[in-house]
Design a binder for this molecule. Structure first.
Ligand code: 8X3
Length: 258
């Protein structure tokens, strides 16, 4: 008889970047519910503190560090805080800025996306992997996007960052195969988080229009995929998960209610 997975993550510790909202926050909540201790990172200290208070009843240890991953000392600060000594990394921080064509895009926004979506994700992984290998294994989960599979107009650099993350994770997966280090990529489509409000620079009307007339994924929907991958037996590596709302048939293909 095949049973659904019924395991927990007691005694393990996860580093979650971008944990103050959206997919990162929902994943942190889910991990805590499974008994996993947390090291959570985000820019907004008050949000991290609220998360820590919210998770107190679970009894797990929640260590918080307010840090902007695009700053030069971010990695050193995380190292000093002991945030790289973990069994699980949820590489979630990142986002899209703008939806402009290459000809008119804001170069500062390009740099900001590359700094967090690419450079910080790579550096955090670089810091964690040797420690995981020394401990005998671990799990790296990268929150990518369908934009990492299919580029679209107005998303040149955002899509490029997610393609870069995907290439990096695929190479890491090949390098560490057989060492009990699982590398999982989760690529969501449309998720109703702060993603679009940030992309449209706080224009909530434009952000709401993205999800008008359809039911997008929630942050919890994506977190569930992450937890599912982590709860697999250790010999099972769920390499890539692409997840979209049922109303989204692919990039740019959305069926909206009339
Ligand atoms: C989020 C999905 O389609 O806006 O990464 O790029 S999309």
């Amino acid at each position: 008889m095949l049973n659904v997975l019924n395991t927990r993550l007691d005694g393990r510790r996860a580093l979650v970047t971008g944990a103050s909202s959206g997919i990162g926050r929902a994943t942190a909540q889910g991990l805590a519910g499974l008994g996993c201790d947390l090291a959570v990172v985000a820019r907004r200290a008050e949000r991290l503190e609220a998360l820590r208070r919210e998770l107190a009843p679970t009894g797990v240890q929640v260590d918080t560090l307010a840090v902007d991953l695009s700053t030069p000392d971010a990695i050193a600060r995380m190292d000093t805080a002991g945030f790289f000594d973990v069994d699980i990394l949820i590489n979630n921080a990142g986002g899209a800025l703008g939806k402009d064509a290459v000809a008119t895009a804001d170069v500062a926004e390009w740099r900001a996306m590359i700094d967090v979506n690419v450079t910080a994700a790579f550096l955090v992984t670089r810091a964690v992997v040797p420690r995981m290998l020394a401990r005998g294994g671990g799990d790296i989960v990268a929150i990518s996007s369908i934009a990492g599979h299919i580029p679209y107009e107005g998303g040149s650099v955002y899509c490029a960052t997610k393609h870069a993350l995907r290439a990096f994770c695929t190479a890491l997966r090949r390098e560490t195969a057989g060492q009990d280090l699982r590398v999982v990529q989760v690529s969501p489509g449309m998720v109703d988080t702060e993603f679009s409000a940030v992309r449209f620079r706080g224009d909530q009307t434009a952000a709401d229009a993205v999800y008008a007339g359809m039911t997008p994924l929630s942050a919890e929907d994506v977190a569930r995929q992450i937890l599912w991958a982590l709860l697999q037996p250790r010999h099972v590596n769920l390499d890539e998960v692409m997840v979209m709302a049922s109303a989204q048939g692919g990039v740019g293909k959305v069926v909206r209610r009339q």
